[in-house]
Design a protein around this ligand. Sequence first.
Ligand code: PXP
Length: 241
Amino acid sequence: MIRLGVNIDHVATVRQAREIDIPDPLEAALLAEQGGADGITVHLREDRRHIQERDVERLRGAIKTKLNLEMAATPEMVSLAEKLRPDDACFVPERRAELTTEGGLDVRSQQKKIRDAVERLQARGIRVSLFIDPDRDQIAASRETGAHSVEIHTGKYANAKGDRMRERDAVAAAATFARELGFEVHAGHGLNLDNVTPVARIPEIVELNIGHSIVARAIMVGMERAVREMKELMRQARGVW
Ligand code: PXP
């Protein structure tokens, strides 16, 4: 079994372009669920560029699957997450000028801060994942934080111009190591219909979080169908029909 978390941030990005109330991320989330999403993922950025607190509250009360909140591991955001109570939280690095999350967390250099944030959320029953590059040292450092899962950054694989399978193997090796250390293993970033299969075949990975390509496809064919197409490919990759 491999789960699909659909990231709907871009729906909020379109809404914020006009600062009105359409398109509604909640409506998108419900359609994604109808298409087979196993979870809904949103990134509540410190700059509130797209998703707003109100969106998280509304999603929390209405979706039937699970809510995964991506966030910076700062004390302010942790306090907010304690209040918003998502099922899962994923700590990501944040830089103000970035277009999207550019690299994994440097867990090694901020282990104590991350461990404190993990403890606070896990004490509230929120499972915490750390978004990290496919790097053994970062995985080993993640273990000291007590996090439940790691999400392996697949951006380098997705953007590889040359030997993409080498990058895929790096993701696979990281997944094996993380599983050996007891983590639940997730992956995401830059995945689309053309490149998802080799990652979905990695047996240790139990969840993919995908945003841009699904929302882009949803503009053309609708959210439900866009999610169904991705889910179908993931099922085929695992040999489950
Ligand atoms: N996982 C994490 C932690 C992310 O920050 C993002 C981007 O918001 C994704 C997955 C999804 O990446 P993409 O939008 O490229 O599918």
